[in-house]
Design a protein around this ligand. Structure first.
Ligand code: ADP
Ligand code: MG
Length: 238
């Protein structure tokens, strides 16, 4: 469990300013959801926390440590993307254990951790399958399994459910909420889906035009939106 603190984050791509003065504290163990319209910089912000993108200025701390210039691998984070990017020639078991194999962990340890991870995600009966023999939801669970097995302090999710159909999305919403309760880890979850934000978040961060429009619990945003943008975004169904 670790807090994530962003201080005065700015991000320019050439002459385009994507983030301008973002200050945010995500508490340890919190499920924090970033929402906002397409192109508002949600993915960029997540990638800066992950260290996959550098900020133009500002400071990022994870677990009280300044990681602004730290390598992604030194940040204690794991990221799950919208596209699952599983290895097609590897089994579910090998896909989940891939990072530990790369790190040359002992085989017995990898097997045990894969077993535990598959158990959490209800994948135990699918360990010998290849990704092409899985449903979309099962594939996304494998992708989440690859993150869990690394035992990160912070999970970063970038629209992980947007490729799934509506009924699967609602099932996965519940599963991710349960997973958060089970692991107690800090989770930062990006979506443009209001339902996901309202049902999953401890705290919602509404982004718009390179700035934070409002931060609050789902109920506080719903009942007390600070701006017409927030009211429109949270109030109107997708
Ligand atoms: P979101 O995830 O909220 O849809 P993004 O973070 O992907 O938004 O993008 C925010 C803005 O930054 C967009 O205008 C996008 O075109 C721009 N952008 C993202 N990545 C790059 C990049 N590598 N180079 C230039 N512009 C980028
Ligand atoms: Mg995005």
């Amino acid at each position: 469990m670790a807090s994530v603190v962003l201080q005065n984050i700015r991000k320019d791509f050439g002459s385009l300013t994507v983030m301008n003065g973002v200050d945010l504290t995500v508490e340890a163990g919190e499920f924090c959801v970033f929402v906002g319209p397409s192109g508002c910089g949600k993915s960029t912000l997540l990638r800066m926390i992950a260290g996959l993108e550098t900020s133009t200025s500002g400071k990022i701390s994870i677990d009280g440590k300044d990681v602004t210039d730290a390598e992604p691998s030194a940040r204690g984070i794991a990221m799950v993307f919208q596209s699952y990017a599983l290895y097609p020639h590897l089994t579910v078991s090998e896909n989940i254990g891939f990072g530990l194999s790369l790190a040359r962990r002992p085989k017995a340890e990898i097997q045990e951790k894969v077993r535990q991870t598959a158990d959490i995600l209800q994948l135990s009966h699918l360990l010998d399958r290849k990704p092409k023999a899985l449903s979309g939801g099962q594939r996304q669970r494998v992708a989440i399994g690859r993150a869990i097995i690394r035992n990160p302090k912070v999970f970063l999710f970038d629209e992980p459910l947007s490729n799934l159909d509506a009924s699967l999305r609602s099932q996965m919403r519940m599963e991710l909420t349960e997973l958060h309760a089970k692991l107690g880890a800090t989770m930062i979850y990006v979506t443009h889906d209001q339902v996901e934000a309202m049902t999953m978040a401890d705290k919602i961060v509404v982004l718009n035009g390179g700035r934070i429009e409002q931060i609050g619990t789902p109920m506080s945003l719903y009942h007390d939106p600070a701006t017409p943008f927030v009211a429109g975004f949270i109030g109107s169904p997708k």
